[in-house]
Design a protein around this ligand. Structure first.
Ligand code: GLN
Ligand code: ZN
Length: 773
């Protein structure tokens, strides 16, 4: 029996890589210092794994920015717009690489970065390969081999992780018409061969090809490509140990395809789909080794040794110990680094900490499973096993987790609790009477610039350098200024600015019971951006109001309507580490009830408009299509549960940071929010078509100001955008607002852009007289 992991976090336990990269970009450190940081991190990671007892240690899991981009550079798929950067001798390979990742604005050049998108259903983002019709590939960067050589020098003999050829092509985007990227395999495979040969020449004998697409829905063409490609690799390298790693779902209908590939090791994600095992074992070919992804690479819970060991036993009985590898479910890239760094009892109580395992602890779990299986009588191992079972049972039965009242409340939810009392049509009339808004009402999405100053107050307050009263006074001043400024420039529905919030999920997580926060549990989101997701460990409820204080204050200083601002249950769930001892849908409904309580309290406090942000609904969609409806049902229900317990006259808004709604438009309509604001300006309103084709009945605010850029759009541009929108959506359904919150913008451009936005709206009110008014 052997052990392995599929990859290890490369950010460094104290985010050393982030800091080094950012310093390098800022010109504060030299290239050598950056390279030294990377060498230190990789060396530490290998040593850690070896010490823990991992047999197949990965290399090439390191990356300065993103592993897909690394591979793009390795195979020379450099988009033509970067040629000038590539050809300029002054630029190093790493300069070119960072230019592709981040864009290049130097030497009189202005080259846009490559696009970034979510890595399957994780919160990690990769750089999307760009392919053209006759895309050529060449062995361009030898960073893969260099990392292998470095590992060898340090005395390791690692397996090299490569993105599998089919997955690499499927991850990419066709930048012109008239070809299918899968067909590029003819040009790509020879470069794989060169890389593999180079690795073999330097002493490599094992390669892990990551092929997560094998666990997704595949068309026939891709299936055929899988068969042919691995046949060719096998033929070219008969001696090579070829592993294919699948993760993030079960093989399901691709089972026969995957297990019949001419490879040596097949890895399964048994956390995501434990039920796939029996069927696979029944037809498992005799030459193949099976890697069991038992330790969750995407969550922070301790492995249940009893459960894992019984799976191992079942597999060993069927195919024999020698053909079994114990592994994490996927790369540990998605886990925080080291639980040992969490020493703050106040943050993370010892009892709860004892239920967790971060990346370093997961290495030990993998190694333990193998050791204990082989030495069940070893005293020390027995003790570890017992300690593990103690933690598992302690968590199962803990008073901290189980709140009878919360469980009873979820069980008692009735159908009518999901619905508003009356239809949107009826509500719209009542709301118009109460709110008395002009046509094309203007509003913003919630946050206003979080200046350095605002953030420094929070930091000082947390350190105890500002008292609660002092902090409160400063926030109130800032809020007041923002309210007055919105009044002055003529915005119709005001927001308080969200100055009291650090992050739209963390703010609520800190106030809702059932959440804890780590101090150092960073996970890479993209490039040098890391996030520290809240951890939902127990039943969720809201002990006290969370936002009423600020909304009430803001409303008290103006005659105009101030919008209450909440984060929705699906988004809170989606951006946290979620408990694994009950269905996600149950946890989501618990959060929804907490938000429902907040909505009621806001309403009682006189807030007439309440926005519940759900930017993460779409990203929660399961990878397999046949699971979509089940997810959408509970996601939509959760939003409705949170939002429906209000009078007809209370207007519910929601906000989403994207606008690809074609395939979920029915579900978006089912949310029955009175107003939805969406991202729209980049696509020039094209994305509104989903709403018009569907005859979307409720009100819509398509964003007219792209807040992701410091650029100030002109009044004319915005008039143009709204007119485009008014061509497809009846004018009396339209609101005017930016794409998203203004938190990351500076005041300077925000002021200018919003003044232009209001001016654009005034123009429009002259042209259009919506029928309802
Ligand atoms: N209300 C939030 C804000 O304005 C919404 C942020 C988001 O959609 N991601 O910042
Ligand atoms: Zn947004």
């Amino acid at each position: 029996m052997q052990t392995q992991i599929l990859g290890y976090p490369r950010i460094g336990a104290n985010r050393e890589l982030k800091k080094a990269c950012e310093n390098y970009w800022a010109g504060k450190i030299e290239l050598q210092a950056l390279l030294q940081t990377s060498r230190t991190i990789t060396k530490q990671n290998w040593a850690l794994q070896q010490a823990a007892g991992i047999d197949l240690i990965p290399c090439n899991d390191f990356s300065f920015y993103d592993q897909v981009l690394d591979f793009t550079l390795s195979v020379g798929a450099i988009p033509a717009r970067f040629n000038t950067v590539a050809l300029n001798k002054k630029n190093t390979e790493l300069d070119l690489y960072f230019a592709m990742a981040r864009g290049f604005q130097k030497d009189n050049l202005d080259i846009t970065a490559m696009e970034m998108t979510k890595w399957f259903d994780t919160n990690y983002h990769y750089i999307v390969p760009e392919f053209v019709k006759n895309q050529e590939f060449k062995y361009f960067s030898n960073s893969i081999v260099n990392e292998f050589i470095a590992a060898k020098k340090e005395g390791f003999n690692p397996k090299t992780v490569l993105i599998g050829p089919i997955t690499y092509l499927l991850l990419g985007k066709e930048k012109e018409e008239g070809f299918d990227r899968i067909d590029l395999i003819q040009n790509l495979l020879p470069v794989y061969f060169e890389i593999i040969q180079d690795l073999i020449n330097h002493g490599a004998n094992t390669i892990q090809f990551d092929e997560p697409f094998l666990a997704l829905d595949l068309d026939e063409k891709s299936k055929t490509a899988y068969r042919e490609v691995y046949k060719k690799i096998r033929k070219e390298f008969p001696q090579l140990t070829i592993q294919v790693a699948t993760y993030f779902d079960g093989l399901k209908d691709n089972t026969a395809l995957a297990i019949n590939l001419p490879i040596d090791i097949l890895h399964l994600d048994l956390v995501r789909d434990e039920n796939q095992l029996d069927e696979i074992l029944n037809q498992f070919p005799s030459q193949l080794k099976l890697s069991l992804g038992l330790v969750d690479g995407r969550n922070i819970w301790k492995n249940d040794f009893q459960k894992s060991l019984s799976t191992i036993e079942k597999v060993v009985n069927k195919i024999g110990e020698k053909r079994v590898i114990i592994s994490t479910s996927c790369s540990l890239l998605h886990s925080p680094c080291d639980l040992d760094l969490e020493t703050n009892e106040k943050n993370l109580p010892t009892t709860i900490k004892d239920w967790f395992a971060f990346a370093k602890q997961k290495l030990e779990e993998v190694a333990f499973l193998k050791n204990y299986f082989s030495n069940p009588n070893d005293e020390k191992l027995i003790q570890q096993y017992e300690a593990n079972q103690f933690s598992i049972n302690n968590r199962k039965n803990s008073q901290l987790i189980h709140q009878t009242q919360v469980k009873e409340r979820v069980n008692a939810i009735k159908d009518e609790d999901y619905n508003r009392a009356n239809s949107f049509e009826q509500r719209k009339i009542v709301q118009q009477n109460v709110l008395n808004l002009p046509p094309f009402p203007t509003t913003t999405i919630g946050s206003f610039p979080q200046t350095q100053e605002v953030r420094s107050w929070r930091a000082k307050y947390k350190k105890g350098e500002l008292s609660a009263e002092e902090y409160d006074v400063l926030l109130k001043q800032e809020t007041k200024r923002t309210i007055e400024w919105q009044e002055e420039i003529g915005i119709d529905v005001l927001v308080h600015g969200e100055y009291e919030r650090n992050d739209m999920v963390e703010y609520f997580g800190e106030k809702i019971a059932g959440f804890v926060f780590s101090k150092n549990g960073w996970v890479q989101s993209y490039g040098t951006r890391c996030v520290k997701p809240p951890i939902i460990f127990g039943d969720v409820y809201r002990p006290v109001p969370m936002t009423v204080y600020w909304s009430k204050y803001a409303q008290s200083i103006t005659e105009q309507k101030v919008k209450g601002m909440l984060t929705g249950p699906v988004t809170i769930l989606q951006w946290s580490f979620v408990r694994d001892d009950q269905p996600r849908s149950t946890t989501c409904k618990q959060i929804a009830l907490a938000i429902r309580d907040e909505v009621s309290d806001l309403e009682k406090a006189g807030i007439k408009i309440i926005q519940i942000d759900e930017p993460a609904i779409r990203e929660g969609l399961p990878l397999r299509k046949d699971e979509w409806q089940n997810y959408l049902k509970w996601a939509v229900d959760s939003f409705k549960l949170a939002s429906s317990n209000v009078d007809d006259s209370t207007q519910i808004h929601t906000h989403m940071c994207y606008s690809e709604f074609n395939d979920i438009i029915q579900n978006i309509a089912d949310l029955d929010a009175d107003v939805i604001t969406i991202e729209c300006s980049r696509s020039q309103m094209e994305l509104l078509n989903a709403f018009s084709d569907f005859n979307y009945p409720n009100d819509i605010g398509p964003g007219v100001y792209d807040i992701h850029s410091p650029r100030v759009p002109s009044k004319e541009e915005m008039v143009d955008l709204i007119e485009k929108a008014a061509k497809v959506i009846p004018a009396d359904q339209l609101w005017v607002n930016p794409d998203c919150g203004l938190k990351t913008r500076h005041w300077e451009e925000t002021e200018k852009a919003l003044i232009e936005m209001v001016a654009a709206t005034k123009e429009l009110r002259k042209i259009y007289t919506p029928k309802a008014i």
